[in-house]
Ligand binder design. Structure first.
Ligand code: XIL
Length: 476
């Protein structure tokens, strides 16, 4: 009770129950919640766990979040989600690498249940002491083989890295020992790069201008620059993680949507400024870009509904690649990136889009995201999708590989290893055109799908069976 208080409280209050759990009641907003301050160090890894209980509705969406403050500005991240069934204790659990902030408040909030009263108990908070670079098996300690070295005759080996990870030198040195190409997991997306308020000022003079900033991605770019690591840029045009303001007059969401001409003007300005900044500060480091991401609809195989489609029209992909080609430094490879390549009608839709872009001569490659699980898609479906896309004159990459499993029991980890291995057996023969294979994160707990233990290293940075299994695909 001492450490918990009702944050952004209104009239909410906390009560202590006899069994030691705490309860909150009198809430009027989803974020009226029990909060707890922690002193966290940027780049360090932590783990949080708490059980929650509610008895008012069939099911309630509960979220474990962090509110952090830097120079007086508060911002938020959701760390873990769980649906709490009526009358059942439910666990919220999350790994978190602290960002660069002055204050951290961990809190337990709801989504769509602003007045719900709930209880919580058994809160634990631990600093994780990951062992980077060596594998501990029983009493033995061995050095972890390096993926980038083992696969050097085949393709670059890469990973996604997010901003907070980049603050931890030890962690980054380990990543650098394993990977020779990295993708900022979020920080080169329009949500992070477009400077909306500065853009609004420019728009007062000329609606076709866009302003950009790079604060979030700098820690990673600086590290990569100092260590000779290449960067794959992700992403210029996407229906997600793009400020709604991008599509409105004056960058003001209460104003009407812009015209085709203005949106294409903004995209030109945006692309030009990104390319210029990167080339000026880190010449040659960014070797490729996802120009367009996830444009094909899963159900129809047609261009998905988006502001890009409705404002610019059917030719928006062609225009995006034309613009990227114009401003990208020579030799930078332009990719189209998508998920669910193994399924129809999506696969055919992707092939048609690639054929359109190939006709214009503006696309260089296709990126298979490969966010898979144990059963879906089958190895055979993956093989067929590789064959189909590889029939086109394109470079290839696996851009976002991860593979979720239902639990982390030994037997399940072995099944995961077998599927990873089967995928690598399919990939090796494409070495001539496969520029890179990139996993979408390094340690399980920091994955965007942490619930499914999808990566090659566990939360202590220890190699999992899947790590050793993919090495087995290489000749002796
Ligand atoms: C994910 C990030 O990993 C998450 O941190 C973020 O909350 C959502 O986006 N396909 C993509 C990636 O192209 O940009 C997505 O990354 C994962 C799916």
């Amino acid at each position: 009770m001492d450490y918990w208080y009702p944050r952004s409280m209104g009239s909410a209050s906390l009560t202590e129950y006899e069994d030691g759990s705490l309860g909150i009641q009198g809430r009027t907003m989803d974020w009226n919640s029990p909060g707890h301050d922690f002193d966290l160090i940027a780049g360090n890894q932590y783990s949080f766990k708490v059980e929650v209980f509610q008895d008012e509705q069939t099911e309630a969406q509960m979220i474990l979040s962090v509110a952090h403050t830097k120079d007086g500005t508060e911002s938020y991240e959701n760390l873990a989600f769980a649906k709490a069934k009526k009358g059942e204790w439910t666990t919220l659990e999350a790994g978190y690498v602290a960002g660069d902030f002055d204050r951290f408040v961990i809190y337990i909030e709801t989504l769509g249940a602003p007045t719900l009263a709930y209880q919580f108990r058994n809160f634990t908070f631990t600093g994780v002491e990951a062992v980077f670079g060596s594998a501990e098996t029983g009493s033995e300690t061995t050095e972890v083989p390096s993926l980038k070295e083992k696969f050097q005759d085949y393709f670059a080996f890469g990973t996604a890295v997010t901003q907070n990870e980049a603050y931890n030198r030890q962690r980054m040195d380990f990543y650098a020992s394993q990977f020779n190409i990295m993708t900022p997991g979020n920080e080169l997306k329009p949500d992070y790069v477009l400077d909306v308020s500065a853009s609004a000022k420019l728009a007062a003079e000329d609606e076709c201008q866009a302003a950009v900033h790079f604060d979030r991605v700098k820690p990673l770019l600086t590290y990569a620059w100092e260590h000779g690591i290449k960067i794959h840029g992700h992403v210029l045009v996407w229906h997600q993680q793009t400020p709604e303001a991008f599509f409105h007059e004056g960058y003001n969401i209460s104003k009407p949507l812009v015209t085709r001409e203005v949106l294409l003007g903004r995209l030109s300005s945006y692309t030009e400024k990104i390319m210029e900044y990167l080339e000026e500060n880190y010449p040659g480091m960014v070797v490729s870009w996802d120009v367009l991401n996830e444009a094909i609809d899963d159900q129809t195989g047609q261009l998905r509904d988006s502001k890009w489609l409705s404002i610019v029209g059917e030719d928006y992909p062609e225009r995006a690649y034309e613009i990227a080609r114009k401003y990208a430094p020579e030799g930078v490879q332009l990719y189209y990136n998508d998920y669910n390549t193994a399924y129809e009608p999506k696969q055919t839709g992707i092939v048609h889009l690639l054929e359109r872009l190939l006709a214009d001569g503006t696309v260089d490659g296709y990126g298979f995201q490969m966010h898979h699980d144990l059963s879906q898609p089958s190895v055979d479906q993956i093989r067929k999708s590789l064959e189909r896309i590889a029939a086109l004159p394109l470079k290839l990459r696996v851009s976002e590989l991860d593979l979720t499993i239902p639990d982390n029991q030994e037997a399940t980890l072995e099944k995961q290893a077998a599927k990873y291995k089967a995928i690598f057996e399919l990939l090796l023969p494409y070495r001539d055109r496969l520029e890179a294979v990139q996993v979408w994160g390094v340690t399980d707990d920091l994955s965007w799908r942490a619930w499914g233990y999808p990566l090659l290293f566990d939360h202590n940075a220890q190699p999992k069976p899947a790590f050793y299994a993919i090495l087995e695909t290489l000749p002796e």
